[in-house]
Write a protein that binds this ligand. Structure first.
Ligand code: C2E
Ligand code: CA
Ligand code: CA
Ligand code: CA
Length: 277
């Protein structure tokens, strides 16, 4: 803090302290949240753009906070990442999502996929691969239906580690997706070396796609690139039918967004599955 007059200094210090206190409080609440069963997974439908049917879900965590109600991940994931709590939380997410996927498989929805977000620490944890193997064994889920999402920045941080980790899991059938694609420092050079199966086009390109020729060209380029590298493409944040139409014409494989469904509890997600019967 700069001391440009005593009052400013005191005021700044106060709000800084308050923020810090709040942060420490949230971190200690987060520590108890797992054992108190306060986390819940919501599921957002992913649609096939050709058949217009549900083909999978993305699991998205929520914190059912005793006084604040449902808290979104953007408000606590970074804190959990800072303290390392993200590792046990991430394990819980993976386990819960796989258990759900297995239940849907057992109910007859054998082709449904489940996408799970990975954090940096979780992916870099030395036990990560074993963790995934264990969850697959414990839940009995079909590994081919599991899609693990990492961002470009996680993937690029240590390319050799990333490639060998993905490859080990790919050997048992698990797929990987590059999340928020296009927002990082994508380069053709690394993309062709990464054994990922899917690219997820970031919502920011979709937001203005109908007004912005440049965004249209970017999306078309990502899809063409994906085709050449034998990858599937999924567009995120689809809110309107004009965006959907554009994506269908651009030959995008799948779409996810409020146009189809917000992230919802499992009971509501199941209503989407029943429509497949
Ligand atoms: P993400 O992985 O990019 O997830 C997509 C986010 O966009 C979700 O926000 C979703 O609710 C939102 N979204 C989907 N469709 C639309 C749309 O049409 N319009 C708008 N405006 N938004 C849409 P959410 O659930 O708040 O998650 C935010 C971020 O938190 C995720 O971004 C992901 O990075 C992280 N996250 C969520 N769950 C987990 C988790 O279990 N583990 C980890 N490590 N991170 C998670
Ligand atoms: Ca994601
Ligand atoms: Ca994303
Ligand atoms: Ca995001």
């Amino acid at each position: 803090a700069k001391a440009n007059g005593k009052n400013t200094y005191t005021y700044f210090d106060f709000s800084f302290n308050q923020k810090l206190t709040e942060k420490i409080e949230t971190q200690s609440e987060l520590r108890k949240a797992l054992e108190r069963n306060e986390f819940i997974l919501f599921y957002q439908a992913q649609m096939d753009l050709v058949t217009k049917k549900v083909v999978g879900f993305e699991a998205l965590i929520r914190w059912n906070h005793p006084s604040k109600g449902l808290v979104n991940p953007d408000e606590f994931i970074y804190l959990a990442e800072e303290t390392g709590l993200i590792v046990p939380i991430g394990k819980w997410v993976l386990h819960t999502a796989c258990k759900q996927l297995k239940a849907w498989e057992d109910a007859g929805y054998k082709d449904i996929t489940m996408a799970v977000n990975l954090s940096t620490r979780q992916f870099k944890d030395k036990d990560f691969v074993k963790q995934v193997f264990d969850v697959i064994e414990e839940t009995g889920v079909n590994p081919k239906k599991l899609e693990l999402e990492i961002t470009e920045s996680i993937a690029l941080d240590d390319l050799d580690y990333t490639i060998s980790t993905i490859q080990e899991l790919k050997n048992v059938g698990v797929h990987f997706s590059l999340d928020d694609f296009g927002t990082g420092y994508s380069s053709m050079n690394y993309l062709k070396r990464l054994p990922v199966s899917n690219l997820k086009i970031d919502k920011s390109f979709l937001d203005t796609v109908m007004e912005d020729q440049c965004d249209q060209k970017i999306i078309q380029t990502i899809i063409t690139l994906a085709r050449n590298l034998d990858l599937f493409v999924i567009a995120e944040g689809v809110e309107r039918s004009d965006q959907e139409l554009f994506l269908q014409e651009a030959d995008c494989d799948k779409a996810q967004g409020f146009l189809y469904s917000k992230p919802v509890p499992k009971e509501i997600a199941e209503q989407f599955l029943k429509k497949l019967d």
